[in-house]
Design a binder for this molecule. Structure first.
Ligand code: HEM
Length: 369
C-alpha cells in the first residue's frame, strides 16, 4: 500500500509531512514508530500530520508525533516546516496565517485542572493572606484579580505559539509516586476514618485522634510523613504537567483532575496545620481547629469555604487512588473488574466524605449528653 509523503528539514530537524486526506489508514503509535524507524522505515525525527481545521480562523490542523509514537504538543522546527509546506502546497495564499495545534488544547486542559483545584486554592489564598495580616475580605479581591488575569492570558494567548516538546514520563517516577502513595495511605486511611468518627461525636473524634497521634506525631514518623507528602506533591505536579500534554480517557481525566486538587489541597492543608495552627496561633490542631470552632463551618463567612474544601479532598483522594488501582489492575484483570473496583473505591470515598463533613459541620448522631 502506497503512502504519499514528503520529508522536510529545518535546522537539522527532519520530519515526514503527511496530509491526512492522503492516508490509506489511520495513523497510530505503531505506524508512526514504523515510519520513523531509521533502518526499516523512512527514518525521521517525527511525523507532521496535516488536516483541515475544525475551527474557524485556522488554515490547517497540525498534529506532531514523536518517533516513539507519542503525540507532541509542538515543535518549533516542525511547525516551521508545516507552515512552509502549507504555503508551498497552496493551502493558503496569505503570508501570515494560523495553524491549529495541540498547544491550544493542552492549555485548555490545564486550565480545566486549575478550575478543579480552585476550592483549595481559595482556602490557601485565605490562609496566606491571614498570615500576612491582609485586610479582611482581601482574599475575595485577590481571587477576582487572579481569574481576571487568567482570562486576559487566555484572550491574549494564541493556539499556534511554539512550545517546548514534551519529555516522556519516566517510568521510575510513576513507580516511586505509586509506592510513596501506598506508604502515605498508612496515615491517610486512619486519618480519614478518624474524621468519619466525628459524625458520632466530637469527643469520639478526639479520643481516636489522641490514639493515632501517638504514632504519627512520633518524632521520627512525623518528619518522614511530611517529607513523603512533599515528595508526593512535587512528583504529582511533574506527572500532572506531562500527562496533560496527552489526550485522556474518563479514568485518566478523573485521576489527573483529582491529582490537581490534592496537590493544592495538601499544600494548603499543611500550611494551615503547621504554620497557621501550630506555629502562629499556637493552638491544638484538633477537631475544634478543623471545624472552625466556635463559629463552626456553616455560620462563619470565612469558614464556609472549608465545607467544599474538605468534602472534595476526601472524594479526590479516593478518586485518585481508585483510578490508580484500576490502572495497576488492567494488565491482569478484565476491564469490567478493574472498573468495578475503581467505582467501588470512589463510592466508599463519597460516603466517607459525606460522613466527615456532616460531623465537622456540627451534626452528630450520639445522643446529646
Ligand atoms: C475531612 C477532611 C479533613 C480534615 C478535617 C483534616 C484535618 C486535619 C487536622 C486537624 C490535622 C492536624 C492533626 C493533628 O494535629 O494531629 C490534619 C493533619 C494532616 N492531614 Fe488532614 N484533614 C482532612 C483530610 C485530609 C486529606 C484528604 C489529606 C490528604 C490527602 C490529609 C492530609 C493530612 C496530613 C498529611 C496531615 C499532617 C499530619 C501531621 O500532623 O503530621 N488530610 N488534618
Amino acid at each position: 500500500m502506497g503512502l504519499k509523503f514528503q520529508k522536510w528539514q529545518a535546522l537539522g530537524n527532519d520530519y515526514i509531512v503527511i496530509e491526512r486526506e492522503e492516508l490509506p489508514l489511520e495513523l497510530n503509535a505503531e505506524r508512526v514508530r514504523r515510519i520513523c524507524a531509521a533502518h526499516t522505515g523512512v527514518g525521521s525525527d517525527g511525523v507532521l500530520l496535516l488536516s483541515d481545521s475544525d475551527e474557524r480562523g485556522f488554515v490547517a490542523r497540525l498534529r506532531i508525533f514523536n518517533p516513539d509514537g507519542s503525540e507532541a504538543e509542538l515543535s518549533g522546527n516542525g511547525a516551521r516546516e508545516a507552515i512552509l509546506y502549507l504555503r508551498r502546497h497552496g493551502w493558503t495564499d496569505s503570508d501570515t496565517f494560523s495553524i491549529q495545534t495541540a498547544a491550544g488544547e493542552i492549555r485548555a486542559r490545564r486550565l480545566a485542572h486549575l478550575a478543579v483545584a480552585s476550592p483549595p486554592l481559595f482556602t490557601l489564598i485565605g490562609v496566606a493572606l491571614y498570615l500576612l495580616h491582609a485586610p479582611a475580605n482581601s482574599d475575595y479581591l485577590l481571587w477576582a484579580l487572579i481569574w481576571l488575569g487568567v482570562l486576559v492570558a487566555i484572550a491574549l494567548g494564541r493556539a499556534d505559539v511554539p512550545a517546548a516538546r514534551p519529555r516522556a514520563i519516566a517510568p521510575w517516577l510513576v513507580e516511586l509516586h505509586g509506592l510513596t502513595a501506598l506508604a502515605l495511605l498508612l496515615f491517610l486511611l486512619p486519618h480519614i476514618a478518624n474524621h468519619v468518627t466525628g459524625i458520632w461525636s466530637a469527643a469520639t473524634h478526639v479520643r481516636v485522634m489522641k490514639a493515632l497521634r501517638r504514632i504519627y506525631r512520633n518524632p521520627v514518623v512525623e518528619p518522614l510523613l511530611v517529607a513523603v507528602v512533599l515528595f508526593q506533591i512535587g512528583s504529582g505536579v511533574v506527572l500532572l504537567w506531562r500527562r496533560t500534554t496527552r489526550p485522556s480517557d474518563l479514568f485518566g481525566t478523573l485521576q489527573t483532575a483529582a491529582a490537581a486538587y490534592l496537590a493544592v489541597f495538601l499544600s494548603s492543608h499543611l500550611t494551615a496545620v503547621f504554620v497557621l495552627g501550630r506555629a502562629v496561633m499556637k493552638v491544638d490542631t484538633d477537631f475544634a481547629f478543623a471545624s472552625g470552632a466556635p463559629a463552626g463551618l456553616l455560620l462563619d463567612s470565612w469558614n464556609v469555604r472549608l465545607v467544599l474544601h474538605y468534602f472534595l479532598a476526601v472524594c479526590c483522594l479516593f478518586v485518585h487512588v481508585g483510578a490508580g488501582a484500576r490502572a495497576v489492575m488492567l494488565p491482569y484483570y478484565p476491564v469490567a473488574t478493574a472498573n468495578r473496583t475503581a467505582w467501588s473505591v470512589v463510592g466508599v470515598g463519597a460516603l466517607a466524605a459525606a460522613a466527615a463533613i456532616v460531623g465537622l459541620a456540627g451534626f452528630h448522631l450520639a445522643p446529646a449528653a
